[in-house]
Design a protein around this ligand. Structure first.
Ligand SMILES: *Cc1c(COP(=O)(O)O)cnc(C)c1O
Length: 367
């Protein structure tokens, strides 16, 4: 079965360096928030082009820490999208705030800015755009609206490490950029991990306190924080993979071009990059009216295509009660019925790309 994502292939591609990094940490004897985390934070901040980066426990935690540092709490509303990983919404609720959903653009699957202002109200505290599938949201316009309204912007960059708009990387536009290092992400650890980036020293300082019990000095909490730490093992492995991130993203782009050339004219709607944008293809997501039949066909041919995501957050059992505005999310609900993610990871060979292309073409989609 050709997997949709394959973190083991990435380990094998960089095995010698990763094994050495792991041995170094195990021998070193410091396993949480040490020299590896600090070095990784500096290297990641430099890579993203942000003043600072802080390692945290996961991508969910990155959003949780960022929103809490922005002062989001009970009674507040945070505007985001429903077509996303549930973690985006879970983090908002971890702060005690209420998520408010905006519909998406049908072409990039990201927040539809033309509908954003209608979702803002007196309780709105922050906006969380998601750079989904590795394609940046319309972040410049979103930040402009937020500035006018005095709102914070927390970017969900969990699928977009290295993606950029006009040469500037996502994670530097809003007040905070939030990254996940879940193993399948463009930059993936071998366990959980995440990071927040910021150009705002005050927010960075608050986030540093929040991630470890609110400690400014050890054993003395100056604010009420919790534990959201990155460990040394993950940081050491992330340092290795960060050195290869640009080449890995370039490999993803090559796979994407292979699909896009091979599948032109099949009737599948293929992903496109907006003007001025450089996407990093965390996923290669096409859309089809015969999505479910296409998925079955691909599975029967040993191709592990998946759906990201089959049920919008506002329609999931845990969340549907709180979303009376769900009826307005037409494009979100349509996307959930039509999207299909083809196998995408840097180590996929051109023969596998051709195999996927052939299988899709054999399905005989109407033009
Ligand atoms: C993966 C992901 C997250 C959450 O990251 P975890 O590390 O799994 O907590 C948040 N948002 C999006 C869009 C994601 O893809």
């Amino acid at each position: 079965m050709l997997l949709c994502s394959n973190p083991r292939a990435q380990y094998l591609a960089h095995k010698v360096e990763i094994d050495a990094a792991v041995a170094r940490v195990l021998e070193g004897g410091r396993y949480i928030l040490g020299a590896e985390v600090e070095a990784f934070e500096n290297e990641f901040a430099r890579y993203i082009g942000a003043a600072s980066a802080l390692g945290v426990g996961s991508g969910t935690e990155a959003l949780h820490v960022a929103l809490a540092a922005c002062g989001v709490g009970p009674g507040d509303e945070v505007v985001t999208v429903s077509h996303t990983a549930v973690a985006t919404v879970a983090a908002i609720e971890l702060c005690g705030a209420r998520p408010v959903f905006v519909d998406i653009r049908p072409d990039t699957f990201t927040m539809d800015v033309t509908r954003l202002e209608a979702a803002l109200g007196p309780r709105t505290k922050a906006i969380v755009p998601v750079h989904l599938y590795g394609h940046p949201a319309d972040i410049v316009d979103i930040v402009a609206i937020a500035k006018r309204r005095g709102l914070r912007v927390v970017e969900d960059c969990a699928q977009a490490h290295g993606a950029s708009v006009a040469g500037r990387k996502v994670g530097t536009f809003g007040d905070v950029g939030c990254f996940s290092f879940y193993p399948t992400k463009n930059l993936g650890a071998v366990g959980d991990g995440g990071a927040v980036t910021s150009n705002n020293p005050e927010l960075a300082n608050t986030m540093r306190l929040l991630r470890e019990y609110g400690w400014a000095e050890r054993y003395v909490s100056s604010v009420a924080g919790w534990n959201s730490r990155l460990d040394e093992l993950q940081a050491a492995i992330l340092r290795v993979k960060l050195r290869h991130l640009d080449e890995d993203n370039a490999a993803r782009k090559r796979v994407a071009s292979g699909y896009s050339e091979g599948l032109a004219g099949t009737g599948l709607a293929l992903p496109k990059e907006s003007a001025g944008v450089s996407a990093v293809y965390h996923l290669y997501v096409a859309r089809s009216l015969q999505r479910d039949a296409l998925l079955d066909h691909l599975k029967a041919h040993g191709i592990g295509a998946l759906v990201h995501y089959p049920v919008p957050v506002h329609m999931q059992p845990a969340y549907r009660q709180r979303s009376p505005d769900g009826a307005l999310l037409m494009e979100t609900e349509r996307a959930a019925r039509e999207v299909v993610s083809l196998p995408m990871y840097p180590e996929i060979g051109s023969t596998d790309v051709e195999r996927v292309v052939k299988a899709v073409r054999d399905f005989g989609l109407p033009r």
